[in-house]
Design a protein around this ligand. Structure first.
Ligand SMILES: [Zn+2]
Ligand SMILES: [Zn+2]
Length: 194
């Protein structure tokens, strides 16, 4: 009996010894994100992708798209606090002069109802009114030469403004799913560096 007890003690002692041995550091996964994945290694959606990549308007993350849509009608700060702080946009915040509102508001890819949730009844009506007027007398103004761009022009897939083929030096037979104007491109490049 006594011998068995000693043997047991010995076993326990060696177990303890093993526990006290220095352990190798755990394998640390490589830094950086695996290419082609939407999420980081810890499962958080990639942030960089949202700003650095040139996305067409309809492909923007919902928050950013809503913010940009609101900016067609209201000041930057009001659009921001509507989307990110749930502060409703009031009627008096809405720009009601159609000439000062982007032609993007009547683009067929836009679903203006998307921003209804940020508006009061009054501001929603004001915005609908502006769009109505814009549709009655649509004017496409080329951002380069500030002249009518209803024809011989190309639409930027991000800001939805129309520029003359000649002004942006794009061939009229240009065939591509997406085209982005210089302003859009430089804005995106700026975001990349910050
Ligand atoms: Zn032009
Ligand atoms: Zn653009």
């Amino acid at each position: 009996m006594e011998i068995e007890e000693i043997e047991e003690d010995n076993v326990i002692q060696t177990d303890n010894l093993e526990d006290n041995l220095p352990h190798l550091p755990p394998r640390v996964p490589k830094r950086g994100r695996p290419k082609g994945k939407d999420k980081t290694v810890i499962g958080v959606p990639k942030k960089r992708k949202l700003t650095s990549k040139l996305l067409p308007f309809e492909g923007l993350p919902v928050n950013i798209r809503h913010y940009e849509m609101l900016r067609w009608f209201v000041d930057d700060g009001i659009a921001k606090s509507a989307v990110y702080e749930n502060k409703p946009v009031h009627e008096e915040d809405v720009e009601v002069v159609p000439e000062r509102v982007s032609i993007a508001v009547i683009d067929k890819s836009i679903a203006i109802e998307e921003i209804k949730c940020y508006l009061t009844e009054g501001s929603w009506l004001a915005i609908q009114q502006v769009i109505k007027m814009k549709k009655l007398t649509p004017t496409w103004i080329c951002p380069i030469c500030a002249k009518d761009a209803a024809t011989k022009s190309i639409c930027c897939n991000r800001c939805l403004e129309w520029s003359h083929f000649i002004c942006v030096r794009v061939n009229a037979n240009f065939k591509s799913k997406l085209w982005f104007c210089k302003v859009t491109q430089s804005n995106t490049n700026l975001k990349n560096t910050t």
